[in-house]
Ligand binder design. Structure first.
Ligand SMILES: Nc1nc2c(ncn2[C@@H]2O[C@H](COP(=O)(O)OP(=O)(O)OP(=O)(O)O)[C@@H](O)[C@H]2O)c(=O)[nH]1
Ligand SMILES: [Mg+2]
Length: 314
């Protein structure tokens, strides 16, 4: 069955792409062979991650970027990842990226993915879906993900270029997240720049970047946008490709892709080992021991060792 999907994906058949995404989400056994058959065709696409606090305007910016990509004859695949939502497919989040608007346009494919309750897997799966979109020939693969902690960190690692969207009121966030934020971001957007405080945040962020940007990392440019009006989008578009050119010039894009490959392999090994480790017996044993506090007699380390040493627990 997966062979016909491979064929469909390479032909940019959106029906086949949809089916492949569902296969990946459900963790179907054919996922591995499918991804292997398309892998060679996945390298050309540029992967862009957009993250930021809830409601900052990520989807609005994504919509505006889709338009400008299309104007410039670039095809786009969008994956809206919401670690906080158990839903996927046609969920709310994706609706805000004009999913239906592009339903019959073979230049654009939009899909949202929810967590189904397991965060770790979500980052990995969104990368797998990125491969499917890349193999279908999309020039750009764009991940939108809401910034709520470690999960967006993982998802952003899936990208060649990461964009952090802030709003004029994000000053405290910038102060609090300094290091983490700067590590993640290649470009910053201050969206909703029609509101007060955009310039203030801009200069504050600039100062933070001057002091904290790690050596060797290109200092992230800052773009002021009004997503709803399309203000600043052209500059952002140019900024993205300028940044990619600089990264290529410094050999950073290639380095990042190699690191990503390593990280994906490690994650898969970890997932596979854990999956095979947690037999029903072991789950049951841990559950029994932690049913009430007074049943716990050992430190977590001892319990873990007992589990690791045990194949047959009753
Ligand atoms: N005033 C103003 N409102 C904006 C701007 N950009 C987006 N909005 C509005 O902000 C709200 C949230 O925008 P979204 O694009 O859905 O934000 P998001 O970051 O994708 O939201 P989540 O995916 O829910 O985290 C919407 O009502 C937009 O119309 C802007 O530049 N200025
Ligand atoms: Mg959104």
């Amino acid at each position: 069955m997966y062979r016909s999907l491979v064929h469909g994906i390479l032909e940019n058949d959106h029906g086949s792409i949809s089916k492949a995404v569902t296969l990946i989400e459900n963790g179907g056994a054919e996922t591995g062979p499918l991804l292997n058959d398309i892998y060679k065709s996945t390298v050309e696409s540029l992967r862009i991650g957009i993250t930021g606090p809830p409601g900052a305007g990520k989807s609005t910016i994504t919509n505006a970027l889709i338009d400008i990509f299309l104007e410039n004859k670039k095809t786009v695949g969008v994956i809206a990842v919401d670690p906080t939502s158990p839903f996927s497919g046609g969920s709310l989040l994706g609706d805000r990226i004009r999913m239906n608007h592009y339903a019959w346009d073979e230049r654009v494919f939009v899909r949202s993915m929810g967590s189904h309750g397991e965060l770790g897997g979500l980052a990995r799966k969104s990368q797998d879906v990125g491969d499917v979109l890349a193999a279908s020939g999309k020039d750009i693969v764009l991940y939108e993900t809401v910034g709520v902690g470690q999960s967006e960190h993982d998802i952003v690692k899936a990208a060649d270029v990461s964009i952090v969207v802030l709003v004029p009121e994000s000053g405290d966030e910038v102060q609090m997240m300094k290091a983490g934020l700067i590590e993640i971001a290649d470009l910053f957007i201050i969206n909703k720049s029609d509101r007060d405080g955009a310039d203030r945040l801009s200069s504050m962020l600039k100062n933070v970047l001057h002091s904290f940007n790690p050596e060797g990392k290109i200092e992230p440019p800052i773009f002021n946008t009004v997503g709803t009006e399309g203000v600043g989008i052209k500059e952002l578009y140019r900024g993205i490709f300028d940044h990619v050119d600089s990264m290529i010039g410094l050999g950073q894009l290639d380095k990042r892709r190699l690191a990503r490959y390593r990280q994906r392999v490690s994650a898969l090994v970890r997932e596979t080992l854990e999956d095979s480790f947690w037999t029903d017996d072991k789950k049951e044993l841990l559950y029994k021991v932690t049913k009430t506090s007074d049943r716990i007699t050992d430190a977590p380390h001892i319990m873990a060792e007992a589990l690791l040493g045990n194949t047959d627990e009753e």
